[in-house]
Design a binder for this molecule. Structure first.
Ligand code: MTE
Length: 315
C-alpha cells in the first residue's frame, strides 16, 4: 500500500468502513447491502478521513464503493473503465502541492496537509457522466471558495482554470504509443461557478482519502455539470481573465462545450441525455434507467447562475 498518511484524527473519531456503510445504509436503503462492497487485498484505499455534516448533500441510495472505484474515467491510466483501478498502483499522491496563482492578490502553494487541516465536509452528490451513466458518491471535501478566499482574486479575474499533474512514469496513459488526449488535462469554470457553495475540492470518498483511480489526492467536483468537468489529481489552479481551454472541448468542440451543465433537453451528438443509468442499482452493473434532471437535480441552487443565457448555444 502506498505511503499515503496524514494527520490522523483521534481513534475515537475514526469511522471504520463497515461502520460508515452501515451508518449510511439506513439512509441509503439497499446501498450497502450485499453489493460486493468488500475491498480486495492491496486496493489503494488508505487513510480514514472525516467531514462534518453539510446541508449540501442528497439522501439517495449510495453507489456501491466497488463500482465507484472500478468503473472510472481517468485517461492518464487508460481509456477503458477498468484501466484506472488496474493501472494506477504506481501513482504517488504524496507529497503533493496545489499551486494557486494568476490574477490574485496573494498567490499561494497549498500542501496537501494544509488542505486536509481545513474544514472538511461530507458531500453526498449525484454525479452524471455525459456517457449516460450516473452514481451517487459520498465525497469528503472543502468548498473551493475557501481556497479562493485565501488567495484574494482581483477584480480582473473572471474564470478559474485547473490543471492535472503530468507524470508519464507513473501514468501509463501518458507514455504509451497511443495518446488519447493532449496533456495536461485542463478544465475551467466561470468564477461565480467556482465560488458556488456546491463546488468542492474532494479529498476523499466513503470515509477514506481518495483512491488513485478517483483522482488522488485532490480533484474537483461540480455536481450540476457532466462528470468530465471534475478534473482529477490537480496541481495548479489559476485565476484568469478569459475563458480557459478545456480538454474535451479542445479534443472535440462539436461534442463538448465549456459549460457542460447537465441538461436532459440538449442531447450529445452520440448520446441522449434524457435518461441515465444509475450504476449499481438493480445489481452492480444493472441496466435500470431514470430520467435525468435539469442541472442534475440542482436547479434550485444553480439555475440563477445562467439566467438570460441560451443553454442550447452554451452547451
Ligand atoms: N480528470 C483527468 N485528469 N483525466 C480524465 O480522464 N475524466 C473525467 C473526470 N476527470 C478525467 C478527469 C471524466 S470523463 C469523468 S466522467 C470523471 O472524471 C470520472 O470520475 P470518477 O472516475 O471518479 O467517477
Amino acid at each position: 500500500m502506498p505511503a499515503y498518511r496524514f494527520p490522523q484524527p483521534p481513534a475515537s473519531d475514526i469511522t471504520p468502513q463497515q461502520v460508515y456503510l452501515s451508518r449510511r445504509s439506513f439512509i441509503g436503503g439497499a446501498a450497502a447491502a450485499g453489493m460486493g462492497l468488500t475491498l480486495g487485498a492491496g486496493e489503494a484505499f488508505a487513510s480514514p478521513l472525516t467531514g462534518t455534516q453539510s446541508a449540501y448533500t442528497v439522501n439517495e441510495p449510495l453507489t456501491p464503493l466497488k463500482a465507484v472505484t472500478t468503473y472510472n474515467n481517468f485517461y492518464e491510466f487508460g481509456v477503458n473503465k477498468g484501466d484506472p483501478a488496474e493501472n494506477s498502483g504506481k501513482f504517488k499522491p504524496t507529497p503533493w502541492t496545489v499551486k494557486v496563482d494568476g490574477m490574485v492578490g496573494k498567490p499561494k502553494e497549498f500542501a496537501l496537509e494544509d488542505l486536509l487541516k481545513m474544514q472538511l465536509e461530507d458531500r453526498t452528490y449525484r454525479m452524471r457522466c455525459v456517457e449516460g451513466w450516473s452514481m451517487v458518491i459520498p465525497w469528503i471535501g472543502l468548498p473551493l471558495s475557501a481556497i479562493l478566499d485565501q488567495v484574494e482574486p482581483l477584480g480582473s479575474a473572471k474564470y478559474v482554470s485547473f490543471e492535472t499533474v503530468v507524470r508519464p512514469e507513473e501514468m501509463p496513459g501518458q507514455s504509451g504509443f497511443f495518446q488519447p488526449l493532449a496533456w495536461p488535462y485542463v478544465e475551467g469554470l466561470r468564477l461565480d461557478e467556482a465560488r458556488h457553495p456546491l463546488t468542492i475540492l474532494a479529498l476523499g470518498l466513503y470515509g477514506e482519502t481518495l483512491p488513485n483511480q478517483n483522482g488522488a489526492p485532490v480533484r474537483l467536483v461540480v455536481p450540476w455539470k457532466y462528470g468530465f468537468k471534475g478534473i482529477k489529481s490537480i496541481v495548479k489552479i489559476s485565476l484568469v481573465e478569459k475563458q480557459p481551454e478545456t480538454t474535451w472541448k479542445n479534443s472535440n468542440a462539436r461534442e463538448y462545450g465549456f459549460y457542460s451543465n447537465v441538461n436532459p433537453a440538449v442531447d450529445h451528438p452520440r448520446w441522449s441525455q434524457a435518461t441515465e443509468q444509475r450504476i449499481g442499482e438493480g445489481g452492480l452493473f444493472g441496466t435500470k434507467r431514470v430520467p435525468t434532471l435539469p442541472f442534475n437535480g440542482y436547479a434550485d441552487q444553480v439555475a440563477s447562475l445562467y439566467s438570460g443565457m441560451d443553454l442550447r448555444a452554451n452547451y
